[in-house]
Every structure is written in structure tokens, then in C-alpha cells.
Write a protein that binds this ligand. Structure first.
Ligand code: DHB
Length: 392
């Protein structure tokens, strides 16, 4: 079996790429190990940059984001026991949307299935071969047990940080830039009303906390914890008292509590693989890079990668010139490193370093005062959070 672009992975990068290619008349096949139901229920973060929403809208998959998502025109930075609003729209004219990733995936899958796209969910034994040749191959066992050899002109590796794509770039041909953080996020979903109209990013002597939301009745909250924290060690009372202590302050801010329906610990790391291409294999999204969640860049960065990739592939298929593929990595990596810096900056400004000193704590407060008090500094945060334009 043949296709022009074999796409490994039906996450945000792979699915948006398939739609962007279809729009350009370029056929693709998406190969995914998980089944559709699992993808559509796996909960991830939920902040979409304005550019991501515009792209989804342009692709005809924006109806539910606009109907059910919530436009947020700012966030609150909380430190020193008080809230300080960062007014994205006032500073930049831009906004973000809260709309969970699995809802985006549902919309993308529905659109692709409706357009007759070839999506292979539940594939087993996915392997890449001959990626440095002119005819890379994705081999897998289809959900019905049939062995498939998918011969491609190009393979897009969109299968995340533990997929096969990244590992198909030989060790000697890639540099792994990696940073681990000495903490994780303890995340909960709670059946409770909202505590704040906007997201709250809280700095405290006890560590970071983030108050986010999913629906008017279900709230998403996180607090900094040890990287090896065990969720089962935390009863509901202990969780509420820790979250409450981190957002407490002289302004009397309190959390609306409720039944905790989900809990888990999320690791924090920064990673970039360069180059993002090996022969005819091009990596996008988490297969190529991972950001810590502070600032919610992951999905948006995956989408920005494939916007660049679709353009490069359009040129490649129009001209047959393999040099066109060389532009992808360096162009995408410029945004990746900006987002790496932003995510690292937000993380280091807001989290308590377990081996940090009182000096570090005071320095963070100085930095937060600067960001909240300087239009230039607040604009930097607002531009980065709402998303930079994609390079022409
Ligand atoms: C959410 C996650 C983030 O990492 C973030 O920065 C903001 C919100 C969320 O899950 O809602």
C-alpha cells in the first residue's frame, strides 16, 4: 500500500497535518496505536492560543471551540497573597480559549472521517524502516490483524515523546537537549463551581498552584509536588488544605471545593531533539520536543510545527526538490526554542526550588512585581502566552 505522507500518531500534530495536507490535495494515511475512544477521552491541558483557534476555524473545525470553549482575555498572577491581572487583550489585542485537548481531537477526527480520510486506529507493532531512503516504510498490524507495509514519500513522526519516530533517528544523528525539574504537578478534577473568572497562576512559599477550569461545574487545579509524589498518599482533605494554603492571602481569596473525581501526578521536563528531520522522516509535536506545562504551550507548539511542515511538503511535492525538506527543522525550531524559553521562564518564576534559598524566593517576588507592574514586561508575557505569529 502507498501514500504520499505517512503520519505516525493521531494527536494534535498528526491530525492537523492530515487536514492541512488534504486541503492542499496531498494524500496521507494516519497510523495510531490507540483506539479512537481512548484518544477521545484522554484528558490533557486545555489552553488554545488565538492562532490555533484561527487555524482550526479556517480548517472548518472551529464550531465547537467557539460554541463551547471560553475566550479568556487575561490571567491572574497571584503572589504575596494578592492577585495581579495580566490583561492579554488590553496589551496585545489577543486572547486564548479554554477548550480541552480531547475535544479538539474529537473535532479533528470527526472532520477527517467525514472527509473520507484514511485513519488506522488500534495499529500494533508500528515500526519505521528506510527513513533515510526515497521510500520510507511504516509497517504495522492493522486493527483487524492484517499486516500492512505502507510505502510513503515522506513520513511525519507525530507519535509523541515515547513513540517510535524519535527513536528512528539514529543516536549519532541527533542531539537531545534535556532538562528535568525537581518537582511535578499534582492535578485534580473537582466537581465544584469556578473560584475565579480567569486562570490563576499562584506563587507561594509552599510552592506553585494553578487554578484552571473545564466547565462551569468541573474545575481543573494543580499544585507543585515532589516528582515522585504518590497520588494515593493524598486524601481529599489534605489536597484542599494544600491548595487553599497556596492561594490564601490578605484579599480573602478562597477556593470552591467539591468532590475530587480524578487525580494524578504530571512530570515536568524540557526536551528538544535536533535536527527535527532525518532523511524523509520529519518529527513534529512531542516527538520532537516537550515543554513543562506552565504556560500551556504543548498543543499549540505541535500545531505550529505542522503549519510549517505542511508548507514545506506542499513545496516539496510541487517541485520534487528534496532540499525543500531541509527548511522544516530550522524554521520550526526557532519557535520551539522561544516556547522552551517561555515555558522554562514561567516555571522557574513561579515554582519553589526545593533546594532554593530565601534569596531565590525574594528574587522571584521581585520578578513577579516587575511583570505585574511594568507594561513592557506584562506585554512580553501576554504576547508569549497568546502565541507568536507563525513565521512566513
Ligand atoms: C491548564 C494547564 C496548563 O498547563 C496551563 O498552563 C493552564 C491550564 C489546564 O489544564 O487547564
Amino acid at each position: 500500500m502507498r501514500t504520499r505522507v505517512g503520519i505516525v500518531g493521531a494527536g494534535p500534530a498528526g491530525l492537523v497535518l492530515s487536514l492541512l495536507l488534504a486541503e492542499r490535495g496531498i494524500d496521507s494515511v494516519v497510523v495510531e496505536t490507540r483506539d479512537r475512544a481512548e484518544i477521545e477521552r484522554t484528558m490533557r491541558a486545555g489552553v488554545l492560543e488565538q492562532g490555533t483557534v484561527e487555524l482550526l476555524t479556517g480548517l472548518g473545525v472551529g464550531a465547537r471551540v467557539h460554541a463551547e470553549g471560553a475566550r479568556h482575555e487575561g490571567i491572574e498572577l497571584r503572589f504575596g497573597g494578592r492577585g495581579h491581572r495580566i490583561d492579554f487583550t488590553g496589551l496585545t489585542g489577543r486572547a486564548v480559549w479554554l477548550y480541552p485537548q480531547h475535544e479538539v481531537l474529537k473535532d479533528l477526527i470527526a472532520a477527517l472521517v467525514g472527509a473520507g480520510a484514511d485513519l488506522r486506529f488500534g495499529a500494533r507493532d508500528v515500526a519505521l524502516r528506510e527513513v533515510a531512503s526515497d521510500e520510507p516504510v511504516i509497517s504495522f498490524t492493522d486493527a483487524d490483524g492484517t499486516p500492512v507495509e505502507l510505502r510513503c514519500e515522506v513520513v511525519a513522526g507525530c507519535d509523541g515523546s515515547s513513540g517510535v519516530s524519535r527513536r528512528a533517528v539514529p543516536d549519532g544523528r541527533r542531539t537531545d537537549y534535556f532538562r528535568a525539574y525537581p518537582f511535578g504537578w499534582f492535578g485534580i478534577l473537582a466537581e465544584a463551581p469556578r473560584s475565579s473568572p480567569e486562570l490563576v497562576y499562584a506563587h507561594s512559599e509552599r510552592g506553585f498552584a494553578l487554578i484552571s477550569t473545564r466547565t462551569p461545574d468541573v474545575q481543573r487545579m494543580y499544585f507543585q509536588c515532589a516528582p515522585d509524589e504518590r497520588p494515593e498518599d493524598w486524601g481529599d482533605d489534605r489536597i484542599w488544605s494544600e491548595l487553599g494554603a497556596r492561594v490564601a492571602g490578605e484579599d480573602g481569596f478562597t477556593l470552591n471545593e467539591g468532590r475530587i473525581v480524578d487525580r494524578g501526578v504530571i512530570p515536568m521536563r524540557s526536551y528538544v531533539c535536533e535536527p527535527m528531520r532525518h532523511g524523509r522522516l520529519l518529527l513534529a509535536g512531542d516527538a520532537a520536543h516537550v515543554v513543562p506545562p506552565t504556560g500551556a504551550k504543548g498543543l499549540n507548539l505541535a500545531v505550529a510545527d505542522v503549519v510549517v511542515l505542511a508548507r514545506v511538503l506542499e513545496r516539496f511535492f510541487a517541485t520534487g526538490d528534496a532540499d525543500a525538506l531541509e527548511d522544516y527543522g530550522p524554521t520550526a525550531a526557532r519557535r520551539v526554542w522561544r516556547a522552551q524559553h517561555f515555558s522554562w521562564w514561567m516555571t522557574s518564576m513561579l515554582h519553589r526550588d526545593p533546594v532554593g534559598s530565601p534569596f531565590d524566593l525574594r528574587r522571584q517576588l521581585g520578578e513577579l512585581e516587575l511583570v505585574a507592574g511594568s507594561t513592557a514586561a506584562a506585554t512580553h508575557l501576554a504576547e508569549s502566552y497568546t502565541g507568536w505569529p507563525v513565521e512566513p
